[in-house]
Design a protein around this ligand. Structure first.
Ligand code: UDX
Length: 463
């Protein structure tokens, strides 16, 4: 099958490389000439483990090419996949579809009869229908089909997620679309990966609903973590206990400084917006958005308290600034909210991140960037863990402590154990594990043992 992938961004590149690896003939088009030239030289525009090797192998085999020439690529392809950006429009919370509709206008004159056009980008409900309407106007002379095939890739494990999906979701309302999309995913369905065919609107909405649900899980456990701190419980134990229930599941129950990234914040906002417009507000999701924004802000105060209530003239050594490990992506990273707040309160920041990019440097002005964790710690009063990169797990905490002026370790990802941190001489503070001694007041008082009413007596007996 000949495939044209429009957009060599995150979703476009990973999907194009994986389709090529299936054996399909893929041509990847991007209007950024520099990006295309880099890709031709084997230089990746994004950091994703394994992507460079996958692309190199398929370039060598002649199964994937990169170009800025749209016309030839579309003309020769029976399947055109749209993977252009759908950023959040500033202030509105709405997905910006201008790149999608521009792409539709650009491909229209070159589409061949019987072509299938499929969106891979995350698009609001109704977009496929609108693409089809626009294309019918532009090309009344040909038959074509428009499908929706949202991606559920996670940055850092995108190739694995693509090759071993929980499900592949295809929104489709035509025989032609189904035929081509079924053939496209044959290599996966042969391996028993479920390929689900649903209405286009269902596919479009499912992508938003999935991300909003996961964001809700994260916000839920973050609030439970705050409660754990007040009542002497351990959030990891609570998460393990509830996650063992198959109806809940163990994933996305890791408490932290709030979710970030290119998808959750954007998709949560877009879903809220779509739901309000449809007069079916998703009030639960609206709370998730609020809780997450407030959480990032409250982290600055938590760090200040751990530092003794004052940040002026203090130095904070930061480990990890990306929104999560195994990526260089800074989009909506908690560090972008927290670090400027610490700076405003008078702290100097020394940071180390294994993949800190130019982007990070530009977005976090005034930060001193260090070559490794040890050098970030030199002379620091507070050590702050913001992203749980694996390499931080085996750090020699005693050595870091030695290099510091102070002894405070704020671990917002629960990477370390309190015993380990304390043994290294740190005063350790983490997320959702037990209470500060000073805060301790009896959790169960005489009031709770007051004589129950009749109804309650009956209930107690029944139990
Ligand atoms: C997400 C979805 O998982 C993926 O299916 C979709 O296609 C794109 O959006 P991604 O943004 O790469 O993927 O990251 P993910 O691993 O889902 O994490 C999102 C954010 O939630 C990160 O900031 C992460 O640190 C946070 N998170 C995740 C937690 O704080 N706790 C968790 O238990 C899980």
């Amino acid at each position: 099958m000949k495939i044209c992938m429009l957009g060599a961004g995150y979703v476009g590149l990973v999907s194009a490389a994986c389709f090529a690896d299936f054996g399909w003939d893929v041509i990847c088009v991007d209007n950024n000439a520099e990006r295309v030239a880099d890709l031709e030289r084997g230089r990746m525009p994004i950091y994703e483990p394994g992507l460079d090797d996958l692309i190199e192998r398929n370039v060598k085999a002649g199964r994937i090419r990169f170009t800025i020439e749209l016309e030839g690529a579309v003309k020769q392809s029976e399947l055109v996949l749209l993977a252009v950006g759908t950023p959040m429009r500033r202030g509105s919370g709405y997905a910006d579809l201008s790149y999608i509709f521009e792409a539709v206008k650009d491909i229209a004159p070159h589409l061949q009869d019987g072509a299938v056009i499929t969106t891979k980008s995350t698009v609001p409900v109704g977009t496929s229908r609108e693409i089809e309407r626009r294309l019918r106007e532009l090309r009344p002379d040909i038959d074509f089909a428009v499908c929706s095939n949202p991606e559920f890739l996670r940055e850092g494990s995108a190739i694995r997620d693509f090759m071993f999906p929980d499900r592949v979701l295809v929104g489709c309302d035509s025989e032609r679309g189904k035929e081509v999309m079924e053939a496209l995913y044959k290599p996966l369905s042969l391996r028993s990966a479920p390929v689900m065919f649903v209405e286009r609107e269902s596919a479009e909405l499912a992508k938003y609903a999935a991300n909003a649900f996961l964001a809700m899980k994260v916000s839920f456990i973050n609030e439970i973590a705050d409660l754990c701190e007040k009542v002497d419980a351990d959030v990891q134990q609570v998460a393990d206990a509830i996650g063992a229930d198959k109806r809940i599941g163990p994933k996305f129950l890791h408490a932290g400084p709030g979710y970030g990234g290119s998808c959750f914040p954007k998709d949560v906002s877009a879903l809220i917006r779509t739901a309000r417009e449809a007069h079916a507000p998703v009030t639960l999701v609206e709370q998730v958005d609020r809780v997450n924004n407030e959480r990032k802000i409250s982290m600055a105060s938590r760090i200040q308290e751990a530092a003794g209530g004052e940040l002026r003239d203090k130095t904070v050594a930061v480990l990890g600034v990306t929104f999560k490990p195994n990526t260089d992506d800074m989009r909506e990273a908690p560090s972008l909210t927290i670090l400027p707040m610490l700076q405003d309160r008078g702290a100097a920041i020394r940071a180390y991140d294994p993949e800190a990019s130019k982007d990070a440097e530009e977005q976090l002005p005034g930060v001193v960037w260090c070559e490794n964790a040890l050098s970030a710690c030199e002379g620091a009063d507070v050590l702050l863990v913001l992203t749980e990169w694996n390499e931080f797990r085996a750090l020699n905490l005693s050595q870091l402590k030695e290099a510091m002026r102070g002894d405070v370790l704020v671990d917002l990802r629960n990477v370390y154990s309190s015993a380990g941190a304390e043994a290294a001489g740190f005063r350790y503070s983490c997320v959702g594990r037990g209470r500060e001694l000073s805060e301790q007041a009896p959790l169960v008082s005489d009031r709770d043992a007051a004589a129950p009413g009749d109804g309650e007596k009956t209930f107690a007996k029944a139990v």
